[in-house]
Ligand binder design. Structure first.
Ligand code: ARG
Ligand code: MN
Ligand code: MN
Length: 306
């Protein structure tokens, strides 16, 4: 059955404005994640959830970086530090870490852990660029900042729990971008990251775009982290997310994308870690977004129609 997949839940909502995303891991498990992975031919082992301090005990105004604004940064640091350690230990054990969010700030921990012993590329399946720093963020929500944190931008420069020096911007590719804040656009334009927007998908088709993104993420790296934010999909298909943006990826395009990743992984063994984030069961309709998250994970690990 190949490399065992270690499922680890990070039921965190500190990085998002909308409560409920902390229930994502339960909803994705309930939707049949482990069964789907087994049917895809891999061996899932559920390592349970990280413990997260109770939301009711938080105070949004306690801790702030010296510059800018980032809500609950101390709580995010605590969770991501523990998550990074877990991800690193799973990889040391020869297993594959599959992290279930939680809001997208969990990716700070996933990528830090996954890159501790490796040069790591990343594919960011998301409507958003998640490149705000505390200085540029219009919302102060850390789920809009994980890539800036990983790259050590702005106020994150001195935060060793966040900055992952073995992730280089040249090895990061976005797929499906369609919502970028004004100051974030300048950060993106001035960076070496590769951004495939929805317009690129319209023009060239999903498979070609993802092949290209994989080329970017595998050049001069030891492996790839896949970060799947469910708001990447169109809200009609994935309504259970806190920051929906219309004009997103369709059901079939999403499966085609993850199947393309899986085919490259079967050929070249490129994948190193993955997270599936931003499923909010309170905003969902009949758990369909969590079900989609579970199905897309199965596609990434080899599930095929025939
Ligand atoms: N992972 C996400 N859903 N991010 C949404 C970010 C939205 C907006 N760009 C912000 O900084 O607040
Ligand atoms: Mn998003
Ligand atoms: Mn995101």
């Amino acid at each position: 059955m190949g490399q065992p997949i270690k499922i680890i839940g990070a039921p965190m909502d500190y990085g998002a404005d909308r409560r409920g995303v902390d229930m994502g891991p339960s909803a994705i498990r309930y939707a049949g994640l482990a069964d789907g992975l087994s049917r895809a031919g891999v061996d899932p082992v559920d390592a349970g959830d990280l413990s997260i301090p109770r939301a009711e005990e938080r105070d949004p105004d306690v801790e702030q970086p010296t510059q800018g604004h980032a809500k609950f940064l101390r709580e995010v640091e605590d969770v991501c530090t523990r998550l990074a350690d877990r991800v690193e230990a799973i990889l040391d054990n020869g297993e594959f870490p599959l992290v279930l969010g939680g809001d997208h700030s969990v990716a700070i921990g996933s990528m830090r852990g996954s890159s501790s012993d490796a040069d790591l590329g990343a594919i960011w399946f998301d409507a958003h660029a998640d490149l705000n720093t505390p200085e540029t963020s219009p919302s102060g929500n850390v789920h809009g900042m994980p890539l800036a944190a990983t790259l050590g931008r702005g106020a994150f420069a001195d935060m060793t729990w966040a900055h992952a020096p073995r992730v280089n911007e040249e090895s990061i590719a976005y797929v499906g971008l369609r919502s970028i804040d004004e100051r974030e656009r300048d950060l993106l334009r001035d960076s070496e990251m590769t951004a495939f927007t929805m317009a690129d998908i319209d023009e060239r088709g999903m498979t070609a775009v993802v092949e290209n993104a994989l080329d970017v993420a595998t050049t001069d790296t030891d492996g790839v982290h896949v970060s799947l934010d469910l708001d990447w999909l169109d809200p009609k298909t994935a309504p259970g997310v806190g920051t929906p943006v219309r004009g997103g990826v369709t059901y079939r395009e999403a499966h085609a994308a993850l199947e393309t990743v899986s085919r490259r992984h079967e050929r070249d063994g490129i994948l190193r870690s993955m997270d599936v984030v931003e499923v909010n069961p309170i905003l969902d309709e009949g758990n369909e977004t969590a079900t989609l998250a579970a199905e897309l994970a199965a596609s990434a690990f080899g599930k095929r129609i025939l």
